[in-house]
Design a protein around this ligand. Sequence first.
Ligand SMILES: Nc1nc2c(ncn2[C@@H]2O[C@H](COP(=O)(O)OP(=O)(O)OP(=O)(O)O)[C@@H](O)[C@H]2O)c(=O)[nH]1
Ligand SMILES: [Zn+2]
Length: 302
Amino acid sequence: MSRHSDLDLGLVVRGHGRHYIVEDSEGQRRVCHPRGKKSDCVVGDEVRWAPSGSDEGVIEAVEPRRNLLFRQDEWKTKSFAANVDQLLILVAVEPVFSESQLCRALIAAEAAGIPSTIALNKTDLPGSEAARERLAPYRAMGLNMLEIALKGEPQASIEQLTPWLSGKRSFVMGPSGTGKSTLINLLIPDAKAQVGDISQALNSGRHTTTTTQWYWVDGERQSALIDSPGFQEFGVRQVEPAQLPLLMPDLRAHADHCRFYNCTHQHEPGCGVRAAVEAGQISASRYRIYGEILAELTAKRW
Ligand SMILES: Nc1nc2c(ncn2[C@@H]2O[C@H](COP(=O)(O)OP(=O)(O)OP(=O)(O)O)[C@@H](O)[C@H]2O)c(=O)[nH]1
Ligand SMILES: [Zn+2]
């Protein structure tokens, strides 16, 4: 047992520089400061904290994490959230989503051991058949898929999403213009108030669109939506090159049919992955994206 185990447990619901908002078991929120570098934390962390002054607190320790969702590019690492139950990747019929960013988000989630669901929004628009086709490889590899029209069919969309969200901490990610704000406002009628209270405490109203937000979906505080910007420029440098195909379920299914145990699935003879691409069992675009990410991961680091 840690020496802080007699302190209250709290949940980090927002981070802003070196300040955090910590929610206690009664749902009360307060600004907390970490004690020392060791107690650096991210949204979703469970922390041991002690009151300081009249209404603030000190974070003494961060409890061990179940998982950590993050992206890592050449120069920096950005942690999105800890202790996430599931990832919702929101894409839309319009604007057309980047398949490369989609793949990267899925790989980061897989590497963190977090299951993903893809929700296709704006299915009321005429291009929905083409979008469905682009997502066919993802459906085929067993990913959970939802189809929604948050503006067009709000009630049906709520009915699709609610059981999926129930009792879970769901991290939502999606490119700009996909309908993320529409989703939050539809599912969480008091979303503005939840963010506003925090922004006031942190005096950080201007930054609400650049930091991760925690929303409780229900009054009992059992289901949460965690909203974060940062779907673009999604680096996955945390992944070892040899691990990459194992984090892509469609490639993984064929990777053990290769002649060489350390096959990179690029140009080796007797490659099961390339044979599957040629046979149409792995989509050409997924294979191309695999090659691009692999090149990034194996590029010389100075
Ligand atoms: N046709 C259609 N339009 C939708 C639907 N859902 C959202 N939209 C529209 O898509 C646009 C973008 O929605 P937002 O919710 O602002 O998207 P966002 O992802 O929050 O975008 P950013 O604020 O740029 O991050 C808005 O004009 C919405 O009205 C839908 O189901 N069908
Ligand atoms: Zn191979």
